[in-house]
Design a protein around this ligand. Structure first.
Ligand SMILES: [Zn+2]
Length: 257
């Protein structure tokens, strides 16, 4: 058993992108007979720290299906599952710190309708620009200030009352206009894209988002355009484990304070 060597592999390749590693051919192989052992030693302690997250069950299910795909050499599906774990980890932090209405938007399947109607946050920068242009004193996101990253609408164009808050609840907010030109009466929540979510969750936690951005974009390149659906099995498992280890560490750091 080579756990020490694997730890060395993880630290030696820290900061190296998945694709660079594949191209360099400096990969590690975990024999099938030791796959469970590696999983138990490396991932289980981290998973224990994540219990209690809003989307913990989604995370566990994605790890289980990713694990099966990684063992089978289907790196694309394995890494796609890990990409979803980044999203669920950040979404947990974001929703727990802002409003459960986002969770309801998922459960009621309102999220995509709101996206289709233009209630979106496409980047962290966009969210913060909107918030600070309305209230430069905002230092942290909470159940109220997150509405400032939303969309201003008049009563006539109010499409999602449940996801909206009256502008008069904010004292001294300057005049906002609806798309029709009338004075806006409500702010409706906007749905963040994944990249925005990574930035927002990191901002809330007070951590640097770069490692999550880095691993997320790496995994996206594996999924598209490369695919790697028939990767050498022991190598695919080791690579999946390495990437997931770094993802779980980043998610844990969202919860450190
Ligand atoms: Zn209007």
């Amino acid at each position: 058993m080579d756990l020490e060597n694997f730890d060395e592999f993880i630290s030696r390749t820290n900061g190296i992108g998945t694709l660079d590693l594949i191209k360099r051919k400096g990969l590690y192989t975990i024999p099938n007979s030791e796959a469970n052992l590696f999983y138990n030693k490396i991932l289980l302690p981290k998973l224990n720290l994540l219990k209690g997250l809003s989307y913990y069950n989604d995370i566990i299910r994605s790890i289980n299906s990713g694990r099966g795909e990684a063992v089978a050499g289907n790196l694309r599906s394995a890494e796609e599952n890990s990409r979803f774990i980044i999203e669920r980890g950040c979404l947990s932090k974001f929703i727990e710190s802002t409003t459960l209405k986002y969770d309801i938007a998922l459960k009621n399947m309102d999220w995509h309708n709101m996206v289709n109607k233009g209630y979106t946050i496409s980047s962290f920068g966009e969210a913060m620009r909107r918030i600070r242009s309305l209230d430069p004193s905002i230092k942290q996101l909470d159940s109220k200030s997150i509405f400032l990253a939303g969309k201003a609408v008049c009563s006539k164009h109010l499409e999602f009352p449940f996801y909206s808050i009256p502008i008069k609840d904010f004292n001294g907010l300057k005049n906002l206009r609806c798309k029709c030109g009338s004075k806006a009466d409500y702010l409706t929540l906007a749905m963040p894209k994944v990249s925005a979510l990574i930035g927002l969750a990191s901002f809330i936690a007070g951590i640097n988002p770069n490692s999550l951005y880095f691993v997320y974009s790496n995994l996206s390149r594996v999924v598209h355009p490369y695919g790697f659906t028939d990767f050498p099995k022991g190598q695919s498992y080791a690579l999946w484990l390495r990437d997931l280890d770094s993802i779980l560490s980043s998610i844990i750091s969202l919860y450190k304070k």
